[in-house]
Ligand binder design. Structure first.
Ligand SMILES: Cc1cc2nc3c(=O)[nH]c(=O)nc-3n(C[C@H](O)[C@H](O)[C@H](O)COP(=O)(O)O)c2cc1C
Ligand SMILES: [Mn+2]
Length: 504
């Protein structure tokens, strides 16, 4: 595994060396123009963009740093996103050691957890420039207005740091911030989020620090759906293999990443809210204006020549698709800890992540698919999923054609569709009532006698012998295929498990 980048500049240098970044020195407008340029680049799988001449600001703007699977993997220093999950899974599956070798290996793993804890340092480049009092001015930054219906510019890629007033445990989250005036923003803390819980637990007011322009893994960690009591910077440290270094902020009692490009410091009063939005959101729709807390800045600190990071969400697919896919992959081992029969899962990007979960399971008893649906509806942020599609272990959940085939072929809508209700995503506009509404579970697994069906037919499969024969002889046939196929994409696991839910 390559070492992940140390800070944003290191990351930009890496992207540039790898041909993954274009510098744009033509003047561009942060009001809508950057969105349209970026949209075309994102949708064509193009490079990260560093706009060096943004109208109205001295600071360059970085966008699309996460916009492809390759860049997202580069951020973590891995070949494929699944490789990150493997490291975490290894840790989660630690058993009491049987031998000395295992003991040593176990200790190494524990050490890697201990080393993941953020480290306090005395100073850092984030304090090269300190602006407080009258000098605090958000107009300095090239904040984007993303979509035509947005009433103001929004800070879109922040790591918002708070402390639980009761326990002192840090929380870091990514929440958009609408600019209200040069010293004020709103804080879009949705109802299910830890950041909001810290705010609600506060007495009178809460201190907040917002880090902008981090190394990519730490930036990612702000979007990770961790349990409330786990510090996101700890996850960042674990995933980077190196602790996040923190310095004391200047005007609030919080620690901030020492090498952030920019930090905004300030407070949020408990009873001060304003009408935030509308905002062109990752659901593909504008979210309606709603009251959200008001963040009043007390300081802005920066590195010299600070680079401002941005992201645009909107109708999927957008850049945030890959932040979501990283979470999907990283959290698979943790999900398997609780629901071990889960083989794999996929959150389709076009489902805006909360609309649909496709999950494959090792089915071993009647109603197993329904058990897994309920497990998902009870699991962290996945609990907000509106639909869950359950398939057998041999179905590739990432192959939507195969999933569609499986649902079409195996579902009796009357028998296999579970309609229920529960909490829904803050941004879901479909339910009659905000936050709560219907859910659908679709059981597309093979059924058996124990579930009261007639004999289930066999899936069509070629024999391994004939496949091997054709593999061997392929060159003799002289057939050039437009796409290389070795005939192994289907039927990797033969549906033999079925027998366990059939009698005998
Ligand atoms: C680009 C992007 C923008 C996001 N904007 C918001 C937002 O405005 N409000 C919000 O509550 N969550 C937003 N999220 C999701 C949160 O960052 C995510 O749920 C995170 O886990 C919240 O952390 P917390 O549970 O510690 O509060 C956003 C995620 C991404 C990737
Ligand atoms: Mn959290």
């Amino acid at each position: 595994m390559a070492t992940p980048p140390a800070d944003l500049r290191d990351w930009i240098a890496l992207l540039e060396r790898e041909g993954e970044l274009v510098r744009v020195d033509t003047e561009v407008d942060p009001d809508l123009e950057i969105t349209e340029i970026n949209d075309r680049v994102v949708k064509s799988g193009g490079p990260a963009l560093l706009f060096e001449n943004v109208k109205g600001s001295r600071h360059p703007l970085l966008i699309n740093q996460f916009g492809t699977e390759r860049r997202m993997s580069m951020a973590f220093g891995v070949e494929r996103l699944d490789d990150i999950a493997a490291r975490l899974g290894d840790l989660l599956e630690m058993q009491p050691p049987q031998s000395l070798v295992e003991k040593v290996r176990g200790l190494k793993k524990l050490k890697s957890i201990a080393d993941s804890r953020p480290r306090s340092v005395r100073s850092g480049p984030v304090h090269d420039v300190v602006l407080s009092g009258d000098d605090v001015d958000l107009d300095l930054l090239p904040i984007q207005r993303c979509w035509p219906g947005d009433p103001a510019p929004f800070i879109t890629l922040p790591a918002v740091i708070t402390k639980d007033p009761r326990t002192g445990v840090r929380n870091v989250g990514m929440y958009r911030m609408q600019k209200v005036d040069p010293k004020t923003t709103y804080m879009h803390w949705q109802i299910h989020k830890d950041g909001r819980a810290d705010y609600l637990a506060a007495d009178g007011k809460i201190e907040v620090a917002v880090a902008l322009g981090l190394d990519p893994v730490t930036a990612y960690s702000a979007s990770a759906p961790l349990p409330k009591h786990i510090d996101e910077f700890m996850l960042a440290g674990f995933l980077r293999g190196e602790a996040v270094e923190l310095v004391q902020a200047k005007t609030v009692d919080l620690e901030v990443p020492a090498n952030a490009e920019i930090v905004l410091e300030g407070t949020i009063e408990k009873d001060e809210v304003g009408l935030e939005g509308p905002f062109g959101d990752h659901t593909g729709y504008y979210t309606a204006p709603e009251p959200f807390p008001v963040f009043r800045l007390s300081a802005i600190t920066m590195r010299r020549d600070a680079i401002y990071p941005s992201i645009v969400v909107g109708r999927p697919p957008q850049e945030d698709a890959w932040l979501g896919k990283a979470t999907e992959r990283i959290f698979l081992p943790a999900i398997r800890m609780t629901v071990p029969e889960i083989v794999d899962y996929d959150l389709p990007v076009s489902g805006a992540f909360h609309n649909c979960v496709i999950v494959s399971i090792r089915k071993s008893f009647p109603g197993h698919a329904q058990k897994v649906m309920h497990a998902i509806w009870g699991l962290g942020m996945l609990s907000l999923s509106k639909s869950v599609v359950v398939v057998d272990e041999w179905v590739d959940v990432h192959d939507y054609g195969e999933v569609f085939f499986t649902v079409g072929a195996n579902v009796d809508p009357k028998r296999d569709v579970l309609l229920t209700e529960g909490p829904l995503d803050h941004l879901d506009h479909a339910p009659t009532q905000q936050f709560y509404g219907g859910k659908i579970g679709i059981d597309a697994t093979h059924k058996g006698e124990l579930e009261g069906t007639r004999e289930w037919p066999e899936l069509i499969e070629m024999t391994p012998e004939v496949r091997a024969l054709v593999d061997r002889r392929w060159s003799e046939y002289g057939i050039a295929l437009p796409i290389e196929t070795n005939g192994t994409s289907r039927g990797r696991i033969l549906p033999g498990k079925l027998r366990s839910i059939r009698r005998g």
